[in-house]
Design a binder for this molecule. Structure first.
Ligand code: 0A1
Ligand code: ZN
Length: 893
């Protein structure tokens, strides 16, 4: 193959990283109406031809045409049928510039790719012999030179030509032609009638089987739902297919949104950087979020599959039909779609449990991000590598902001806002401001201050809400004082107040919510209210109360803030037992546990005596013996906060070894003191029959396995027997995994044998091997790291597969703070070595793995120095990917 050359072929070496700024946005000078693509698929040399029908956005404009590109060779470049003269175009490190084109023209571009060599898993690559693509955010340019920006929307027709041994050929849209060709090859042509940005392009080719079922939309159109997997996985698609159907029905009923093509295709591949991708009509999924059967997948896997299937489906409207103007608006599609998938899961199962799990994720991970060197607004202002901005903040804080609107408006008015958003912007590439404007324009009666609300999108950091109160029980009055502030974050020293909806109730002595009437109001009060906080300080006085009250504050976590409120331990215990808001019962239980842990951490030697006082023990005992409560809620309430979360609550520098020691101590004390209640509860929750995936069965397994986490620390022989019994004989992966993870925590020859037997049984099931790797990566045993180093060499492990890397290296660095933060720096050096190996071929994965190191300022001086040294060595490395460069620089800034 020969490469054509432009007039001045600039050297295409790695350029200095460029900062992209939101305020520099300019609409495109050129638009693409139609794209015709043809792929001659070959593992080592795939030929790609593209025909682009182009026109100037402004007929009088003079700007040259800019096409983004990777380092693939350019084989042919023609305009309206004639080869472009070498002086008419120029190539640089990230694309082509074309000069003097007619205002409307057809450009033909030809290039060649080596999918087999592509281990970055961006653009066109091979996963276990399956050709697939990943184009978000900027992967399309690695396939073809193109204006690869989300505000250029075009109609695509895609032809795939491949060997008959790759029988399934898929692309976006509807199938328009297919058939045999000469030389044992065949073709398929697909047309997508919906204009889309290049990041939503996809193709797949491989030896796949299809599991399908027909679906009829609410308005009566027929859609074929299809899941494509490797033949050996054919029996593992039922749950994903059923989840897809439920998600489609739910979106019709809740938001009136229907699917729009003849087919909806999902393909599962083993090598994937993220969870899944919402390409129009052809989702590509990490197989982790498709494949399930009771023997291999846990309850949480089942829930995750349902959630991710729904998430990608919901993107068809929030992301695909209405897309982002530029990548700073990423939360327009991601925050909104996460919110939608959360609401769906809440409706499918228990809303309270879903909410607690979301908040736990937000409090443990997004709050930590917002308090560290990578803090950024939900709508960021600048980036070096956009792939670094698929963050907890953009996704999950973004979802909280959509939820704020729903909380302020009520869900029916929020749905009205969504309808206006879709009606106004269908087929467009828009901004988060457009979304907020549509929802508020549909609801002028709500009187929401747009500017005040929009600060949530532009300000980084978690607001701190400090509440205090005075009670005059005799006069029936309760006065609430609210102060909000927000700590500085990188590049944002001073913050302004935001609009905080504070949902609250005041409980009487029996736990019943009182009627809430503010001074000056005449109408009888509702049992719960949402106060709007709009200023740095505000006061509210409630009147006509029957006497002493206990406040239930920020119910349902009505805003993503840190709450400081002077509730006593007795009040927390009261709320844990009596609050009618399930979320707040959980929050109160966690507050009690956290107080015990923090007290232990303050005391010399981790508190020589008891960490669990009688109040905590009684509250725990009461919960374990409560026959009326939802077992899944109890399990969440009685779960100890993670070491990472505990560390984040400490005012000063963190010593992770002490955090570990104190948490383990409390776990052990609760296990010993409550041994009998735990054993009884465990046995009560045990199912007699075979595994079923149902809400009640899942709830019982959760509580039973929560009991087991404590029983694993109990000195009683009976507890140990139960653990072994469950590990050896359960009929489902939920119970097996719970027991195996606990056994793997500590060194034991018998455990080693069990792990080995497990490995032999499952070594051909990579998703199960990921669990096996993760148990060992999470272990507290002293030889943990040495064992992990040996596992890196195991045939079941592969550094090029992101799931394996996350299971072993990711779990160790994120979920094993005890060993990762070993005082001798061995954990940090381990991560450094792996980063150096991975960054060379998969920068996206490397840039995510480095996150735990970026938190160095939180730690005691010894660890800080060791972590900084690794970061400095990484910063000095050549070559270093743009992804990892940006992360390391942010930590060193
Ligand atoms: N948009 C997908 C996730 C995704 C994001 C980035 C990717 O590459 C950088 C790949 C997939 C989603 O939200 O599901
Ligand atoms: Zn998404």
């Amino acid at each position: 193959m020969t490469e054509v050359a432009g007039s001045s072929t600039a050297a295409r070496q790695q350029a200095e990283p460029v900062v992209v700024r939101r305020l520099d946005y300019r609409p495109p000078d050129w638009l693409v109406d139609e794209v015709e693509l043809c792929f001659w698929l070959d593992p080592r040399a795939t030929r790609v031809q593209g025909r682009l029908r182009l026109r100037r956005a402004d007929a009088g404009g003079t700007a040259p045409l800019r096409l983004h590109g990777g380092d693939q060779p350019l084989v042919r470049l023609c305009c309206d049928g004639a080869e472009l003269a070498s002086h008419a175009w120029q190539r640089d490190s990230d694309g082509l510039t074309l000069f003097g084109l007619p205002a409307a023209c057809t450009l033909e571009i030809e290039t060649e790719l080596d999918p087999q060599a592509n281990r970055a898993l961006e653009g066109l690559y091979l996963s276990a012999g399956i050709f697939c693509t990943q184009c978000e955010a900027e992967g399309f340019r690695r396939i073809l030179f193109f204006p690869d920006r989300p505000d250029v929307l075009a109609r695509y027709t895609t032809t795939l030509i491949a060997d008959e041994r790759l029988p399934v050929l898929l692309a976006n849209g509807n199938l328009v032609a297919s058939g045999p060709l000469a030389d044992g090859r065949h073709f398929a042509r697909w047309h997508d009638p919906f204009p889309k940005p290049s990041y939503l392009f996809a193709l797949v080719a491989g030896e796949l089987v299809c599991r399908e079922r027909p679906y009829r939309t609410l308005s009566g159109r027929s859609v074929q739902l299809q899941i494509y997997v490797e033949p050996r996985n054919a029996a593992l698609c039922d749950h994903a297919l059923a989840s897809l159907e439920r998600a489609m029905r739910w979106d019709e009923q809740r938001f009136g949104l229907e699917y729009d093509l003849e087919r909806y295709m999902v393909v599962a591949v083993d090598d994937f950087n993220m969870g899944a991708m919402e390409n129009k009509g052809l989702n590509v999924f990490n197989s982790k979020y498709v494949l399930a059967c009771p023997a291999t997948a846990t309850d949480d896997d089942y829930l995750d599959i349902e959630g991710v299937i729904a998430h990608e489906y919901f993107h068809n409207w929030t992301g695909n039909r209405i897309t982002c103007r530029d990548w700073f608006q990423l939360s327009l599609k991601e925050g909104l779609t996460v919110f939608r998938d959360q609401e769906f899961s809440a409706d499918m199962h228990s809303a309270a449990i879903k909410r607690i799990e979301e908040v736990r994720l937000l409090q443990t991970q997004q709050f930590a991000e917002d308090a560290g060197p990578t803090a950024h607004p939900v709508r960021p202002d600048s980036y070096v590598e956009i792939n670094n901005f698929y963050t907890m903040t953009v996704y999950h804080k973004g979802a909280e902001l959509v939820r704020l609107l729903q909380t302020l408006l009520g869900w029916e008015d929020f749905v009205r806002g969504m309808r206006l958003y879709v009606e106004r912007h269908d087929g467009q590439a828009v901004t988060t401001d457009d979304f907020v404007a549509a929802v508020l324009d549909a609801n002028p009666q709500a009187g929401i201050d747009r500017e005040l609300f929009s600060r949530w999108y532009s300000q980084a950091g978690t607001p701190l809400l400090r509440l205090s109160w005075q009670q005059d029980a005799a006069a029936g009055q309760w006065r609430l004082h609210c102060r909000q502030s927000c700590p500085p974050t990188p590049g944002q020293e001073h913050k302004q107040p935001v609009l905080i909806p504070l949902r609250l109730a005041l409980l009487d002595a029996s736990g019943r919510p009182c009627g809430l009437r503010l001074a000056g109001e005449t109408e009888a009060g509702a049992p719960e209210r949402v106060l709007r906080l709009t200023a740095a300080e505000q006061e509210f006085t409630f009147v006509d109360l029957p006497g002493e009250v206990t406040p239930s504050l920020l119910r349902g976590f009505s805003a993503p803030v840190r709450l400081e409120a002077p509730l006593t331990r007795e009040q927390q215990a009261f709320l844990m037992a009596h609050d009618s808001d399930a979320f707040n019962r959980w929050q109160a239980a966690q507050a009690l546990l956290l107080q015990a842990l923090l007290a232990g951490l303050k005391a010399p030697e981790g508190g020589a005596g008891e960490l669990a006082d009688s109040l905590l023990l009684e509250a725990f005992h009461h919960s374990l013996t409560d026959q009326t409560a939802d077992p899944a809620l109890l399990a969440l309430a009685l779960t100890l906060p993670t070491e990472g979360y505990i560390a984040d609550q400490l005012p000063g520098a963190v010593d992770p070894a002490r955090v570990h020691q104190v948490r383990e101590k409390l776990r052990g004390q609760l296990a010993t003191r409550l041994n009998d209640a735990l054993l009884i509860c465990y046995r009560q929750q045990q199912d007699a029959g075979p595994y079923v995936f149902s809400g009640p069965a899942l709830a019982r397994r959760r509580l039973k396995n929560l009991c087991l986490t404590y029983l694993a620390r109990s000195p009683a022989e009976e507890a140990r027997d139960l653990l072994w019994q469950q590990a050896r004989h359960s009929d489902n992966m939920t119970d097996t995994a719970a027991a195996m993870a606990l056994l793997a925590e500590t060194p034991d020859v018998a455990v080693d044998e069990l792990l080995q037997t497990f490995y032999q049984r499952w070594r051909h099931q990579p998703l199960v091997i990921d669990k096996w790797l993760a148990w060992q990566a999470r272990s507290q045993r002293p030889d943990c790291l040495a064992r992990l180093c040996r596992l890196l060499e195991d045939p079941a492990f592969s550094l090029t597969n992101p799931n394996r890397v996350r299971a072993l290296i990711g779990t160790f660095c994120q979920a094993n703070p005890y060993h990762f933060h070993a005082a001798d720096g061995s954990g940090y050096r381990f991560l450094e070595q792996q980063l150096c190996a991975i960054d060379g071929f998969n920068p996206q994965v490397a840039a995510r793995l480095v996150l735990p190191l970026l938190r160095w300022p939180r730690f005691e001086p010894g660890r800080r120095v060791l972590m900084l040294a690794v970061l400095q060595r990484l910063a000095a490395r050549q070559p270093l990917s743009r992804d990892l460069y940006e992360m390391v620089q942010r930590a060193l800034a």
